[in-house]
Write a protein that binds this ligand. Structure first.
Ligand SMILES: NC(=O)c1ccc[n+]([C@@H]2O[C@H](COP(=O)([O-])OP(=O)(O)OC[C@H]3O[C@@H](n4cnc5c(N)ncnc54)[C@H](O)[C@@H]3O)[C@@H](O)[C@H]2O)c1
Length: 268
């Protein structure tokens, strides 16, 4: 039987590339995004289906679940990919922006898992893929809100992995470093310097959204839990574990350069 995948935020970037990867492999793909027109365009390109799904709205999650039950009689893989970016020095980030990013990046994943876990338990099969970030492991300065959402997604994924494994449900958490996508366009930051640095780092990345998509496809096939998509990211995560003092020094150096840029361009 043809396998079925639902991907949130697949109107753009990593989600769109992942939808294309699964479609190429002959899977049935449900493209979803808060931007319905973007989802529709991607779905047409891939000869796939689409729904409008805002990960912050329970009603649209319920509609997506009903769609999967009605049209597909279930689901094999749920990819919680939708996300937004936030940056800036800690004391400059408004509480409203904390609510905004937590609601999409962290609670959006919580909502998706809450909606689909009962179905997966009933099926006694299913695979949850949560797109976190290397940011949730490295916790670099001037990205507090983003880091917290991604560390939360990693923690949730690890918990679900243990909890759901006996029911035949697998979990993968994806931790990419920078990838060139549209995410900087919607980035919220009180420090304009944080956005331009992000754009520069994204532009210089050698790993593309298509590379990440290929790696997600393989990790799901192989039932791998932690996916660090970038060679540099794997190295950083390993160094942090085994040579933490070296990483402390590297981050201090990074921050001593970046801090001045932010202070010159920012509000204070
Ligand atoms: N690009 C990177 O450098 C990078 C690095 C690590 C992790 N990530 C993560 O990858 C994921 C995908 O991001 P991307 O870089 O492809 O960005 P992107 O902006 O190109 O795509 C994200 C998509 O999510 C959608 N979206 C935003 N809010 C939504 C909501 N409330 N409900 C449903 N959809 C919503 C957007 O409309 C967009 O189509 C995010 O979780 C991001 O944090 C990205």
């Amino acid at each position: 039987v043809t396998k079925r995948v639902l991907i949130t935020g697949s109107g753009s970037g990593i989600g769109k590339a992942t939808a294309a990867r699964y479609a190429r492999q002959g899977w049935r793909v449900l493209v979803s995004d808060v931007d319905e027109a973007a989802a529709e365009t991607v779905a047409k390109e891939l000869d796939a289906s689409f729904v409008r799904l805002d990960v912050t709205e329970d009603a649209t999650w319920l509609a997506a679940l009903d769609w999967c039950k009605r049209e597909w009689d279930g689901l094999d893989v749920l990819i919680n990919n939708a996300g937004v970016a936030g940056g800036g020095r800690f004391e400059q980030i408004d509480l409203a922006d904390w609510e905004w990013i937590l609601n999409i990046n962290l609670k959006g994943v919580v909502r998706g898992c809450r909606m689909f876990v009962p179905l997966f338990k009933e099926q006694r099969s299913g695979h949850i893929v949560n797109v976190a970030s290397l940011a949730g492991i490295m916790n670099l300065p001037a990205m507090a809100s983003y880091n917290v959402t991604k560390a939360g997604v990693i923690s949730l994924s690890e918990t679900l992995r243990y909890e759901l494994e006996p029911y035949g449900i697998h979990t993968t958490v994806v931790c990419p470093a920078y990838v060139k996508t549209n995410i900087a366009a919607g980035m919220r930051s009180p420090d304009p310097g944080a956005v331009s640095i992000t754009e520069k780092l994204m532009a210089s990345s050698k790993i593309t959204a298509d590379d990440v998509a290929d790696q997600i496809f393989d990790a799901v096939r192989d039932k791998r839990f932690l996916l660090l998509t970038h060679p540099d990211g794997r190295k950083s995560a390993r160094l942090k574990r085994f040579l933490p003092k070296l990483v402390d020094r590297q981050i201090a150096q990074y921050w001593s350069r970046f801090r001045h840029t932010l202070e010159q361009q920012g509000r204070s």
